[in-house]
Ligand binder design. Structure first.
Ligand code: CU
Length: 695
């Protein structure tokens, strides 16, 4: 009843606005088809763009090495990577990660991993080659893209190009010396008047890499993937699009996890529709539906523990959902978006264990078989509804207001006896969460912008946090246990951001600069905490008092017509006041310096990354302090003939031996004595080559 009332209230606020028309907004050079479908959420249109965004989009050009999902984020200020090997790479933004970031494809398609150890994070489910652009909303400052706790990451995949050509496309090949890794790709597009189709096929075969001290790190993998997208433009203002992506990973080694992937098979399907209306009040409608399925099989056949117990886990995840959104111009100087979305996730599967030795290591007369329910046939179903309004108070001032309500249902149909004993009489749980935001954007002059935003983002606990059944999924060696009674975690974030651009005289051509500072107060932060009275088990729990603050700044100077020099600095500080320590996975201070040179058919860049030491750690998470390090990459590319591009690179030129603070520690690696808890070291010097031919 209360829920119905809240929805009614939200929709009344939609309908109570008056009306008038808008002036057509200027659009930048983005693909029209992607904009028409709301795949792109930041279009350069000040009237519809969300507050406080980052866009990274030069993924197609200037390639000097094969792309990996990790590489997509490595150059974005404020981002770090959480690695468990070379394949399972999760992005971390300002010390927030996993489900705290709402990672999605093409403006709202969601897909979740099946592995409890995140061997198959969302970034591995779509080929990185297909990603042409990444958009980030830096905090809970929009309610239109689903639950937004610490930010939205939208990976935009390519569309049928507006080429007008019956057949066009490209073939590419890449090689990396460190690991003897290869990537091959084929991309085909066809644009036939109202109908267009695009497809891509990729194969990658990575070997184990060597770190800066020539230690071989278990990280090899093979994967084959394809994507197919078909679109039909009914009229100039209406488009329907269907897509399918499938990815097949094989023999994936994870140095930082207790098992290796035998097989990883994923399918994501997607249907999008958009109608842009030229009326004065009703401006358009967009709708989306998606379905994804991931099957994941892993075992410990390559590990020392295999002598004691043969383990194989077969798990699956099913995600389906959709979104419908409408756009209105009720009152002069106001724009309004209202809609609803749904994300349903379910996971099932478990682990077969064949114990061959007892705890003391003595061979058993006959092996004993066990089955562990890892996911317990668990469900997390979310339905949300939202309203977001923009008020153009003057030519230079824009206010945004947003509110959303999410109704979350969670339950598990197949609880293990151990879990039942811990949580007797467990029933389906219903929760209602609220998120809201208000922000102000001031265009000081065309080249200077100031933004101030305040947001409250609420995230209900994930399936891992609620229902994971007695399994080691952390960086440490504890057994993790879900907690179905967790409260939702809340991020109250304030952010101030400034960007500017100035034309210069003489040898200097132009300078661009900017910065952002933020402060977050967390409520009920979710963390796995040692179970009272236990030395081997951790239970997901709410932390009462925690915070995060930090900044990013950048300056980009163009000079001598062809040169540019970029400096970026990012810093995060976190505090878990309940435990009097840092929150886990807080990256150290990072400074990036990049000198670039560019002509029409030649480019080169030198990038120097300085990462400070991280003495502030989370002891309860099993972290250790990390030393600082400096890594230099040199890249260049040229185009000897039209449509042919060659790129070469030397990564980690000085063969630096180092480990990233967020990367997992070695786990059960046969050739590394006492391997547990030693951080995985990153790749040493690496020569790369990339060739691309367009037709
Ligand atoms: Cu796995």
């Amino acid at each position: 009843m209360k829920n119905t009332f809240i929805i009614a209230l939200l929709w009344c606020s939609v309908l109570s606005f008056g009306q008038i028309k808008e002036t057509p907004a200027k659009q930048d050079t983005l693909q029209k088809k992607a904009i028409l479908l709301n795949q792109v959420i930041v279009t350069g249109n000040i009237k519809t763009d969300p507050t406080l965004t980052i866009v990274k989009q030069d993924y197609k050009d200037k390639v000097s090495q094969p792309k990996s999902s990790g590489e997509l984020f490595v150059d974005i200020n404020g981002f770090s990577l959480i690695k468990r090997g070379n394949y399972a790479v999760d992005p971390s933004f300002r010390a927030s990660q996993y489900e705290q970031l709402n990672v999605q494809y093409d403006g709202g398609t969601k897909a979740f991993h099946a592995c409890p150890n995140r061997m198959d994070p969302i970034t591995t489910l779509i080929n990185p080659e297909e990603v042409t652009r990444i958009e980030i909303i830096k905090g809970p400052f929009s309610v239109r893209y689903g639950n937004t706790f610490a930010g939205v990451i939208n990976l935009v995949t390519q569309n049928g190009n507006d080429t007008g050509k019956k057949i066009s496309g490209s073939v590419s090949s890449g090689y990396e010396s460190n690991g003897n890794s290869i990537v091959n790709l084929l991309q085909l597009d066809s644009d036939l008047d109202k109908f267009d189709i695009s497809g891509s096929l990729s194969y990658r075969d990575y070997g184990n890499y060597e770190d800066g001290n020539q230690n071989e790190i278990a990280s090899a993998f093979r994967s084959l993937g394809y994507g197919l997208k078909m679109g039909y433009d009914f009229t100039e203002n209406q488009r329907l699009q269907a897509s399918i992506h499938q990815n097949f990973g094989r023999a994936i080694l994870h140095a930082g996890l207790p098992m290796d992937t035998k097989e990883d098979n994923s399918t994501i399907t997607n249907l999008d529709y958009k109608w842009v209306n030229n009326g004065t009040v009703f401006k358009g409608l967009s709708a989306k539906a998606y379905y994804s399925f991931v099957n994941h099989i892993m075992d410990n056949s390559r590990r020392l523990t295999f002598e004691t117990s043969e383990n194989i886990a077969d798990v699956e995840a099913t995600t389906y959902g959709g979104k419908i959104e409408s756009e209105w111009n009720f009152i002069e100087k106001w724009k309004l978006f209202a809609g609803a979305d749904m994300v349903n996730l379910s996971r099932d599967g478990g682990r077969d264990r064949l114990a061959k030795r007892n705890m003391a290591g003595v061979l058993l007369p006959a092996p004993i078989a066990y089955y562990d329910k890892l996911w317990q046939d668990s469900y997390n179903n979310t339905v949300g509804t939202f309203v977001e309004a923009k008020w153009f108070a003057s030519q230079k001032s824009i206010f945004s207001f947003g509110a959303r309500v999410d109704f979350v249902a969670s339950y598990a149909n197949d609880l293990s006896d151990k879990f039942k004993a811990l949580y007797p009489n467990l029933e389906r749980r219903n929760e209602t969460t609220f998120s809201e935001t208000v922000s102000y954007k001031r265009v000081l002059n065309p080249d200077y912008t100031l933004e101030v935003a305040l947001g409250r983002g609420t995230r209900a606990a994930s399936l891992e946090e609620r229902f994971i059944g007695f399994v080691n999924i952390g960086r440490d060696s504890y057994t993790y246990i879900g907690n179905p009674n967790l409260k939702s975690e809340v991020n109250n974030q304030l952010e101030i951001s400034f960007t500017g651009k100035e034309k210069l005289n003489g040898i200097f051509n132009q300078i661009k600069f900017g910065g952002a500072a933020y402060y977050s107060i967390y409520e009920n932060y979710i963390l796995a905490v040692i179970k009272p009275g236990s030395t081997t088990e951790k239970v997901y729990s709410n932390i009462a008092d925690a915070l995060k603050t930090g900044f990013e700044v950048y300056g980009d100077l163009k000079f001598a017509n062809h040169f540019n020099f970029l400096t970026e600095v990012a810093y995060v500080y976190t505090e878990n006041k309940d435990f009097n320590e840092n929150l886990p996975l807080t990256p150290p201070l990072v400074t990036r310096l990049k000198l670039g040179y560019e002509l029409d058919n030649f480019w080169a860049s030198v990038q120097y990354n300085l990462t400070a030491r991280q003495p502030k750690i989370s002891n309860s998470y099993g972290e250790s302090t990390t030393s600082g390090y400096e890594v230099m990459d040199v890249k260049a590319g040229f185009s000897p003939v039209k449509n042919l591009n060659l790129g070469i690179g030397v990564l980690n030129v000085f063969d630096q031996y180092y480990n990233n603070h967020l990367t997992f520690a070695f786990k059960d690696q046969p050739d590394i004595s006492n391997a547990n808890r030693i951080p995985i070291t990153e790749a040493g010097r690496n020569f790369t080559l990339f060739v691309n031919y367009k037709f």
